[in-house]
Design a protein around this ligand. Structure first.
Ligand SMILES: Cc1ncc(COP(=O)(O)O)c(C=O)c1O
Length: 399
């Protein structure tokens, strides 16, 4: 991986201060550009929400606000508070995710959030009760666990037995009950197939299935219309550096012709994007504390491990990597270094699960150099095991 010069310069400046370096560096320019691009190319009616679970750091929320996203997709009250603190109105929030508590739902109704995306009948009845108590109406989408999955996605949210949404096969049992809840305004569907999808056709196939479902509902239920259709997130990034980037223009073209074909112009189409907006805004930079050979393989130990950057271990992939050489003096003559070989990178935690990368080819590295993991802006620090072993959190620095 080529380390951008702004990132390398910042690393050198930080290293110069003499403290062990362990930090996320963030540059929000790619997020600005991508939101702008989507606004330029997507069909009329398409609204971009930032799924802040990808990175809840205030700089990411600020970038989303500055770039004029329609709003924020939240998954907890904690996220709602952060989004509001960043300057978003509660009416710009949409809430998806299983296991929403009574307190969380009460806050949403009280604060008039835009839509709550219902994951189960229990949740629907709970919102009805809250609305009754407050004398209010709440706009909702129904999240469907479609009978479809994208096999080569990194994480799937649809197909099979899932805690997300209501199974497509149970729609005709659930929907009449939801429509009968007088404090709920049914506005449409939420169907999110998978995360980390690089193949545009796979995601468009999901859109087509949702459109089919929409047509079926509108034909079968008189007076019901789905004027909001939410496709969730899913745009992938090229973690494996295979030169296959997600093509937003192809997605925009495909969606535009599908909207025309189904006669769906005039509706709202929602994207809740996390990874694609945030991933290439972050680098996890961690000092190499130790290098040693164990049974023929080099073990490289960094200052931070899965407590700070869990994603490679959780998803069993290597992120793109580079090394910033700091040429520190050796402590003793035989001290080991890396020289054109495939090695293992881990952190300081007392578990063999503490993996940052495995079998990764490194040209040269020494103790004291900085290992840099790219595409770390999404699902980095916030998805990590922060509390384990009570190490200090890494710094988060906006360059
Ligand atoms: C409901 C929901 N919406 C949006 C997203 C963001 O997905 P992505 O990062 O793939 O864009 C997620 C991710 O888990 C999600 O669960």
């Amino acid at each position: 991986m080529l380390i951008p010069s702004l990132i390398e310069t910042t690393i050198r400046e930080l290293a110069h201060r003499g403290k062990t370096l362990n930090a996320y560096l963030y540059d929000l320019a790619p997020m600005h550009q991508k939101i702008k691009l989507l606004k330029d190319i997507m069909p009329a009616g398409l609204e971009v929400f930032y799924a802040m679970k990808a990175n809840p750091h205030p700089a990411f929320l600020q970038a989303a606000l500055d770039a004029n996203v329609t709003g924020i997709e939240i998954a907890s009250l904690g996220e709602a508070n952060k989004a509001v603190a960043a300057g978003f109105s509660p009416t710009q929030l949409i809430y998806t995710g299983p296991g929403k508590s009574m307190e969380e739902l009460t806050w949403c109704v009280e604060n008039n959030i835009r839509t709550i995306h219902i994951e189960s009948l229990v949740e629907a009845f709970r919102i009805q009760q809250i609305c009754e108590n407050q004398g209010k109406q709440q706009d909702i989408l129904l999240r469907i666990n479609a009978n479809f999955d994208i096999h080569d996605a990194q994480t799937t949210f649809s197909g099979g037995s899932k805690k997300f949404g209501i199974d497509e096969e149970q729609l005709d049992i659930a929907l009449p009950q939801i429509l009968a809840l007088k404090h709920l305004n049914f506005r449409g569907l939420h169907v999110y197939a998978a995360s980390g999808v690089l193949n545009v056709d796979d995601l468009l196939h999901n859109c087509q299935l949702v459109f089919d479902l929409t047509q079926r509902i509108e034909q079968n239920y008189a007076g019901v219309s789905c004027d909001i259709i939410d496709f969730g997130g899913g745009f992938g990034v090229d973690y494996l550096e295979e030169g296959v980037d997600f093509d937003p223009q192809a997605y925009a073209n495909g969606l535009a012709s599908m909207i025309k074909q189904y006669g769906f112009a005039g509706r709202h189409f929602v994207l809740e994007l996390g990874r694609w907006l945030a991933a290439d805004c972050g680098w996890f930079c961690s000092e190499i504390i130790d290098i040693k050979t164990s049974r023929g393989k080099k073990q490289v130990v960094c200052a931070g491990g899965i407590n700070h950057f869990r994603r490679p271990a959780a998803l069993a992939i290597n992120h793109p990597m580079g090394i910033v050489a700091l040429n520190k003096a050796k402590l003793f003559t035989e001290q080991e270094s890396i020289n054109q070989e495939k090695v293992y990178f881990g952190g300081p935690l007392c578990t063999s699960a503490d993996k940052l990368a495995n079998d990764v080819y490194i040209e040269k590295a020494n103790v004291g150099d900085i290992a840099v993991f790219g595409l770390a802006g999404a699902y980095g620090l916030s998805m990590s095991n922060n509390g384990f072993l009570s190490h200090a959190l890494p710094q988060e620095i906006v360059v």
